[in-house]
Design a protein around this ligand. Sequence first.
Ligand SMILES: [Fe+2]
Ligand SMILES: [Fe+2]
Length: 481
Amino acid sequence: MISPQTYQTYKNLPPLAGVATHAEAAKPGLGIEECVSRLKRFHYAFKRLHEIFTARITAEPIYELKTGFAHHAYLCAEHVDALRTRIGEMREPPLGLEEVPHPALEVLFDEVRAAPTTRLLLSGIYKCIVDSLLEAIDAYLRETNPLTDAPSRRLLRFAHLELSDIRKFGELAIEALEPAPEWIGWRTATLDPLLVAAMGFDGVSQYGGAITLTTDIPRRFSATPYVYDPIPKRDERWQDSYNQGVNPEAFLYDPAMPSKPKALMMLFKRIREIDVPEMMASILTETKGKPWKFYRDMSRQLWDEARHAMMGEVGFVALGVDWTKARITHNWSLRLNTECTPTERHAVLYFIEQGLMTKAGKRFEWEVGVDSGIPLMATIQDFDWADEVLHAAIGRVWYIPQFENINKALEYGDQCWAKIVSNWKEVKNQGLTNHENWWPAIYRQACEAWGETPDPKVLAYSTTYEGKRADLKEVGVGASG
Ligand SMILES: [Fe+2]
Ligand SMILES: [Fe+2]
């Protein structure tokens, strides 16, 4: 007698295109209505996670967390995108993707977004939200029919994989910093009850005991409306953040200087790019109501810029150089975030990145990398260049169309950048920095590691940013891209 348990495929070939056994596929599983309802909740969770990770990048002082948040925000943005597409395949519009699936979930994310310290934020994100979301995705993967719902399973398996990586990072970070003492109280009085009230991230999980949202669970950290903090902060390894005492562009474009120390200067330019995520996070957080692709594309670029900073870090470490001896300014992100509108910031970013597409831009940096004889430099600059080509394309999609033509868009970017005229003198007069020349300390270390005597001409380099901006025009501040 034929049954799912005994059924034989032709010559015992693997059944059902490899997605399941007959026994597994013969279980009815979830219906479309239930699948859409759960997937919409997952979509909401990834969207809010993306929002929290992004909003907390700028003012998070710890560099390893800043870059971690940049990564996790990007991954969440991709899963939001995939879930939106899948939900659109299962239902006719309107899909209701902007609706809040349950008020308790909204409060839960508001609470975590408003966590007053880094340690509480980490526990709220990774121990509470990510953990429970993984549980709900697990349940979906178990309960849905693997054949009828193969497209959802495919994207949720991938989401599960990346979310597990995210949780691993979070667990290690929490272990390294130790959980905050208030964590247990917050969790038991606020976060867990909210999850119970929402019946988990899938809306079907029973945790025992019904809770009424409004009467039983007062907001704690989100009792007042959330305010995004636009001031970039850095941990204690990043000293003298107003220092603009070394102009790396003037060194890089000086034909009299050799390529090897130029490579070192490029590593400085890379690690300084941590100011781009700090700034882009403000554009993403303060720009509302754009299509999801905008947030996805900009989050990809934000993550690339965090990677560029880490490439600088990796390069310094590989060369045996202590990068904390360099003075890595936050001038650019600070001023753009506090003196410009989100559109003006985007304009400056696009203007800078457009400038990197010329022969004297990323191609030149890659050539210097190759010429330096340091193979890692060639790799770093090769990918940095490719990423910047992508960023220019992202700018063409999301920035340029706001203007009549590309020239008008560029002109506006140039004007916006000029608005941030050099504050070299002001910060010095205010006693915020002496613009100390950190270059010899970095160059000497590299020479020692290379077993070379410092070149006196290179060692004596002391051109500053006084009256200059990074494209060597006579105004403005140091810049990244
Ligand atoms: Fe970059
Ligand atoms: Fe870029």
